[in-house]
Design a protein around this ligand. Sequence first.
Ligand code: S3P
Length: 195
Amino acid sequence: MSAVEGARNIVLGGLMGTGKTTIARRLAITLGRPWLDTDTRVEQDLGVSVAELFARDGEQAFREREATVVRDAAAAAGGVISLGGGVLLDPANVAQLRASGVIVLLTGDAAELARRAARRGLQHRPLLADVEPEQLSGRLAELAEQRRERYEAAADHVEDTTDGRSPEQVAAAIIAWAAERGDVLSSEERKRVAA
Ligand code: S3P
């Protein structure tokens, strides 16, 4: 990922189904930034899907590879990074990401997150693969509760993605927050956003 000078990474974290990938893509297009998705990078590096990696080598192997991807992504600045939902649970990942970026936590109502996750197919999501459809919302609410403290401790900013706004509107809100903060956008990006 090549860097945009004078700009911090915008890093999107949060639970499955919060729209990290969709919103990251939108941010990257609007700001003209490079975009890296940690799950996609793990899959490209190893030539297997995240689900296959979990099944073949176990979650720990996935987490180790994910941490390597995070370290490499955080070494550059000026990009957009979308994270797998577990990345912010590891304080070492958080420290690296914060050194060169700001972390935006995406949240949402568990029932809506469950609908989105089900729509896209649970076979891609190893942590939900054996959950019955009627238990999906409860499982996501449970995960949200287990992760809440670490997610919130990592976050510089929080956006609810199930309050009726479109991904474009959430992306615009993140850009407005970033512009306000002062150290996230390059001067070029400021001009582009203001135009
Ligand atoms: C995980 C989320 C997934 C993927 C892996 C583990 C998690 O990413 O990294 O299945 O622990 O929440 P998404 O959040 O993009 O689905």
